[in-house]
Design a protein around this ligand. Structure first.
Ligand SMILES: Cc1cc2nc3c(=O)[nH]c(=O)nc-3n(C[C@H](O)[C@H](O)[C@H](O)COP(=O)(O)OP(=O)(O)OC[C@H]3O[C@@H](n4cnc5c(N)ncnc54)[C@H](O)[C@@H]3O)c2cc1C
Length: 277
């Protein structure tokens, strides 16, 4: 039986781990399928405090991880598939087939890409369709790209891709797309719902809001209609279970906010353990 298990190894999980470890709890951090979380996808972070020069996401994560490890965090490469929070002992069933038990749990499972589920998306994912500008934008220098998304983020994406040397041939809302099309190997364009016309492109980027990765919780915790865990501070609907970072914020998905939440969640978990609840 562990005192504290943390689900997720992004900024929220790593900071929660650091605080819990420095309090002598030897917490376990379950890394999930995306070790280090979303910051691993960007080479340019300009708004994380303490780094006056733009710094890469992986280097921030590596430093957080070193600090957490030094403090005594135990990292486990596994992901939670389902949970049972009905009793005083919290149970986590993992992808590797283990059942882990803890007195307290901190959910820091972040957010991921919101897919459109339109025809052709699964077929051409990674073969012309991407959701990571910083990972894949540079591949489209001298090529035509489309953006599928809405809102101010699409303008920023257009600027970024233009700087990469790509030609942005269209910005289309997901609701306006009938299908993503291509040949056997690669995407070649998209068909518009309105008139069936084809917008030809070499690649396209989804610029959609990120979805909280909380499906594995089922109905164990209260969530909003988008899947964000409903919290009071970092307290969830189940005593002894806390949540931090992008999985709780409908609007403010940022690394420094996630890290701050992680600290609060760990302090709350420590107080819960101290009460002997
Ligand atoms: C391309 C890109 C650029 C960005 N640039 C910036 C920026 O410049 N500045 C900024 O402040 N923010 C930026 N962000 C946002 C920032 O990365 C996130 O706000 C931050 O990473 C959220 O941290 P988190 O710990 O809540 O979640 P995440 O970083 O999403 O980490 C979630 C963790 O949970 C794990 N996990 C998920 N499900 C499970 C499970 N079932 N079992 C176990 N583990 C699980 C994952 O493996 C991962 O380790 C960017 C994001 C992206 C995608």
């Amino acid at each position: 039986m562990e005192n504290i298990i943390i689900i997720g190894s992004g900024p929220a999980g790593l900071t929660a781990g650091l605080y819990a470890a420095r309090a002598g709890q030897k917490p376990v951090v379950l890394e999930g399928l995306e070790s280090g979380g979303q910051l691993m996808q960007t080479q340019h972070v300009a708004n994380y405090p303490g780094f006056p020069e733009t710094v890469s996401g992986p280097s921030i994560v590596a430093a957080m991880r070193r600090q957490a490890e030094k403090a005594g965090v135990r990292f486990v490469m596994d992901a939670v598939e389902s949970v049972d929070f009905t009793g005083p002992v919290k149970k986590l069933m993992t992808m590797m087939g283990d059942t882990l038990e803890a007195k307290t749990v901190i959910v820091a499972s972040g957010a991921g890409v919101t897919k459109t589920n339109l025809p052709g998306e699964a077929k051409y994912w990674g073969r012309g369709i991407s959701a990571c500008l910083t990972c894949d934008g540079a591949f489209y220098a001298g090529k035509k790209v489309a953006l599928v998304g809405e809102g101010p983020a699409t303008a920023g994406a257009k600027v970024y891709l233009t700087r990469c040397g790509a030609e942005v041939v269209g910005i289309v809302a997901p609701g306006e797309v009938a299908s993503f099309d291509g040949d056997a190997a690669h995407l070649t364009g998209l068909t518009l719902k309105a008139d069936g016309s084809v917008l030809a492109c070499d690649g396209l980027f989804l610029v959609t809001a990120r979805t909280p990765q909380t499906q594995f919780l089922g109905t164990a915790l209260e969530k909003d209609d988008k899947g964000h865990i409903v919290v009071n501070g970092t307290k969830t609907s189940v005593p002894g279970v806390y949540a931090a970072g992008d999985c709780i914020h409908p609007h403010h998905k940022q690394a420094v906010i996630a890290a701050g939440d992680g600290a609060v969640a760990a302090l709350e978990a420590l107080a819960y353990l101290a009460r002997g609840a």
